[in-house]
Design a protein around this ligand. Structure first.
Ligand code: NAD
Length: 327
């Protein structure tokens, strides 16, 4: 490292997207990364095993809502990439309190630490803050109203708006990305694609909500992480960038694609009761992010093939994450 390395704090770095952000950052020669992660049921040190022993990488187990920890870590870095969150919509329906604490209070605590130390923050938000699209081809641009419909989405919208407010009120360099559904290796098996893939590989029925009518846009996680870094590197402070441009399909077609990719019998697709308030469709425009030079590189089929291969080779990882989720 000849030039001075930029030091980035990645919150939630032991989770799915966070660990891919760490990979992408440490791919750069002149970067150091500190991860702050509470290692909830959704986080795993195994997700960062490629970096253990790298002198440019430090892991800190701790809570983003802990003022002392946040302040100490933010003081020692150049910038913050905030991906820590309670992230599963179904869990937010049965227990919203943890979502308000981590997603809202945790973001406020980090923003205060960034304000105290003059550090820029990139907030990893979600397209779910917009609510559901109409049942047509419409897409949300960044100036669309926020109409969250689940406790998860509402907590992310609150955090997202706190970022906007800190930018306006204190002039802080805060940038927000609102991403579509990501998929790929290391995604918690409670989420749709790993649920389908691991069921298909285990020979179990694929549990599809309702009749699988809901539509989602899917973007491979390395493209998703690249979108975050494009906004971090070249985004305008105070701006919001959607990360979309994924592949849209119904959940039933997604389950069929997983059957095709794993060799499972499509007859193993089964239907389960719908999630309350289940958003029919999300879709976002990504013109602003594309104007920063970002575009997706991995086609859906290729991403799905890579994902299936990863879960085939990491059966015990998925089993361990499932056990952690019951604790
Ligand atoms: P994830 O559940 O896989 O990982 C979340 C990580 O945050 C875990 O490692 C967990 O241990 C950590 N964490 C939870 N509470 C914490 C706390 N109080 N303090 C410190 N760490 C804590 O989630 P993900 O799917 O990787 O999502 C990452 C971010 O991206 C989240 O902010 C989420 O809202 C956003 N997002 C995800 C998607 C997606 O498709 N996965 C889409 C849009 C936005």
């Amino acid at each position: 490292m000849s030039e001075r390395a930029e030091h980035v704090l990645v919150t939630g770095g032991a989770g799915f997207i966070g660990s891919h952000l760490v990979d992408a950052l440490l791919d750069r020669p002149a970067v150091r990364v500190t991860v702050l992660d509470a290692l909830t049921y959704a986080g795993s040190r195994a997700n960062l095993s490629a970096h253990e022993g790298d002198e440019r990488f430090v892991f800190v187990e701790g809570d983003v809502a802990d003022t002392g920890v946040a302040d100490r870590l933010v003081a020692g870095v150049d910038r913050v990439l905030h991906a820590a969150a309670e992230s599963h919509v179904d869990r937010s329906i049965t227990g919203p309190a943890a979502f308000v604490r981590t997603n809202v209070t945790g973001t406020q605590v980090l923003l205060d630490a960034c304000r105290a130390h003059g550090r820029p923050l990139l907030m990893v938000s979600t397209d779910e803050v917009y609510g559901a699209n109409a049942d047509d081809d419409s897409l949300f641009a960044e100036d669309a109203p926020l109409r969250p419909r689940s406790p998860y989405a509402a907590s992310k919208a609150a955090a997202d708006l706190l970022c906007a407010a800190y930018h306006v009120t204190y002039g802080m360099p805060v940038t927000v990305v609102r991403g579509t559904n990501a998929f790929g290796p290391r995604q918690n098996p409670e989420k749709a694609i790993p649920t389908y893939v691991t069921a298909a590989l285990d020979g179990r029925p694929l549990p599809v909500y309702d009749r699988g009518r809901q539509r989602r846009e899917w973007l491979f996680v390395t493209d998703w992480a690249a979108g975050c870094l494009a906004a971090m590197d070249r985004g305008e402070p105070g701006a919001v960038y959607n990360i979309g441009a994924g592949h849209e399909l119904s959940n039933l077609d997604l389950a069929r694609a997983v059957c095709a990719g794993t060799g499972a019998d499509p007859a193993s697709i089964g239907f389960v009761d719908d999630r309350p308030g289940h958003d029919f469709r999300y879709g976002v425009r990504s013109d602003l992010l594309r104007a920063l030079g970002w575009s997706p590189r991995v086609a859906f089929d290729e991403g799905l093939a890579r994902t299936v291969e990863w879960y085939r080779e990491h059966r015990s990882w998925a089993d361990e994450m499932r056990v952690a989720a019951t604790r």
